[in-house]
Design a protein around this ligand. Structure first.
Ligand code: SF4
Ligand code: SF4
Length: 253
């Protein structure tokens, strides 16, 4: 929890840089953060795209809902305690990019959320297409100097083709119809009985998982996309998203 505030009751509370918010999760990027990508402060390797249809907490409504827009987020480091812990947070010294931290980090203050709410309400989120467009002009891709021109030029098409071929929404909707959805959502636990419809949904999900995995493999083996870039370019594998809602790959494939 946040450490004890030793300031006078008459003084306005200030951020003590305790890092608790950084441990809970890194920011999602706004359009104004694109300069941090171009300068290389943030590299594509450090980011993950949360795609349309993924379950995410809507803090304004206080509930989990499928995302209506994609979010580019600083990827977590995994682990049990803080799986979304920001990768730029350093124990003992705090944020490694503090002077150039993303817009949401600058606006966030746990004791007064108004500036962050204003930012989220008035400024657009950064999407993958805009990020790639901004990065197209540089001599090399920050963090990936070995990616050649041909591959770089192909990245937006790969992203769009994957989104068309392997969208998240129908897969997680099918999982929800089978009763695999996050706790606290309406679909959680309302699984249908064994039957043809259930088997058909499982078959569809299995096919979607296989197609998604094959697309990723092709990107790496044929198109020369670094595997470390895939969470940004294509989001997380459908298989992972299903595991998150309790549908193990063994049940879906
Ligand atoms: S905003 Fe709050 S939780 Fe985050 S570092 Fe500052 S005091 Fe800590
Ligand atoms: S970028 Fe820095 S301030 Fe923002 S969440 Fe990460 S460690 Fe915290």
């Amino acid at each position: 929890m946040i450490s004890q505030d030793m300031s006078s009751p008459l003084e306005a509370p200030v951020c003590r840089r305790c890092g608790m918010c950084c441990l809970r999760g890194g920011p999602t990027l706004m359009v104004e953060d694109v300069s941090r990508l171009v300068s290389g402060v943030l590299t594509l390797e450090s980011l993950v795209c949360l795609r349309v249809g993924e379950w995410a907490r809507d803090d304004t409504r206080g509930e989990l809902r499928p995302l209506e827009k994609e979010h580019i987020k600083v990827a977590g480091l995994g682990g049990q305690a803080h799986p979304w812990r920001c990768r730029y947070y350093r124990d003992g010294s705090g944020c490694a990019i503090y002077a150039q931290r993303p817009a949401q980090c600058s606006a966030l203050f746990c004791m007064n959320t108004a500036p962050l709410e204003e930012l989220l309400g008035n400024e657009p989120l950064l999407g993958r297409a805009e990020a790639l467009k901004a990065l197209a002009g540089g001599e090399q891709l920050p963090g990936f100097p070995d990616v050649n021109e041909e591959t770089r030029a192909f990245l937006p098409d790969l992203m769009a083709a994957h989104e068309e071929q392997s969208p998240v929404t129908p897969v997680l909707e099918a999982a929800a119809r089978l009763g695999f959805a996050p706790r606290g959502t309406q679909a959680h636990g309302n699984g249908m009985d064994e039957g043809e419809e259930r088997q058909a949904l499982l078959a569809d999900i299995g096919e979607a998982v296989r197609a998604d995995a094959a697309f990723r493999q092709l990107c790496v083996e044929r198109a020369g996309v670094p595997a470390a870039m895939l969470p940004f370019l294509l989001g997380r594998p459908l298989q992972y998203l299903l595991v998150e809602v309790g549908l193990r790959p063994a049940a879906s494939v």
